[in-house]
Design a protein around this ligand. Sequence first.
Ligand code: AMP
Length: 393
Amino acid sequence: MDFKRLEDAKLKGKTALVRVDFNVPVDAKGKITDDTRLRAAVPSIKAIQKAGGKVVLLSHFGRPKGEVDPKLSLQFLVPTLVDLLEDEVHFSDQLHEAVVDSMASDGVLLLENTRFHAGETTGDKDLAKLYADLGDVYIQDAFSASHRNHVSSAAIAEFLPAYAGLNMERELDHLSQALDNPKQPVMGVVGGAKVSTKIELLSNLVEKLDILAIGGGMANTFLYALGHNVGKSLHEPDFKATALEIMKSAKKEKCRILLPVDGVAATEFKANAEHRVVTLDNVKKNEMILDAGPETVEGLLDAMDSAKTLIWNGPLGAFEMTPFDTSTVEAAKYAAKLAKASKLIAVAGGGDTVAALNHAGAAEDFTFISTAGGAFLEWMEGKPLPGVEILKK
Ligand code: AMP
């Protein structure tokens, strides 16, 4: 994808408004439990400072619904940012040019939660102009917020030249390598709970992929649609027609669909519940398929061997409970091994997926793991992302 990058921006003596994602996880006492998102912002901030520019950071935090909510103030992030940047960090809850003017030529300012402003989530032009008046260029570095047509993630670009930050560049380079312009054959692994939440994603993927492996609870709906008895397994009878439609369209598009051929079933939904391997014709009425079975995994690994690119979203079973994490762990480890040996470009994203790959110890060897949840899904669905569209040349 051809888009405007940080290196294209003229930053000397300028002020850059940088959209970051500081929506960090916190515990009950409000302490940051994972500072990955703060660390991720450092390279772009340092690059702007080095190029001679001031940095004004914009982020949302939680869902304050357009009102000031002291519990959702971003001020608590300042000490951690100071540590990470080893530099002074100013903070302001006002959109005043005087605050920016008073900073050193490489100063850093964190602005208050963007969602304290009512116009943020509606993409209000007046608010966008108020922000834009604080700076000279706009740097979008939060791919995870790029599916929102909000002021801070897209609308400011109506008033300022927009460029991708270094995180955004990495996301866009890797994601377009996996889906827009991939090394073929391309395989998708889509798991998770429900078909209903991933219809658009499945429909888009069958048009783009050579192989689509469907796992997790959503595979049960496909098996049910094909006439198999899935017992008490999580499945959506109302989406039988949708599942059949997706399979029909896959056939037309010459995308091979891989469904489970066996499963691991239990009568209780809990860790270490008594379980057994089932074939598709012997699931009992009171049983739930909670994971893919060994033959299914073997088929998945074979398919990965034949692929050059892999794109993964969603676990293949109820991976939070042992031993129903087995297929997800085995498949993830295998993909990681192929990626490490440069035999496969393996890209993954989505909150649960990242958790599952971390759990499998596979995340590190994947070619790329997107930090985004919703934006990653919308991108997989083939939708234009407002915060990315503004960066295109
Ligand atoms: P999603 O958010 O759609 O990616 O779904 C992730 C959730 O699906 C995880 O919490 C898994 O435990 C759950 N899941 C995956 N496979 C199954 C299954 N066979 N039965 C019940 N839950 C499942």
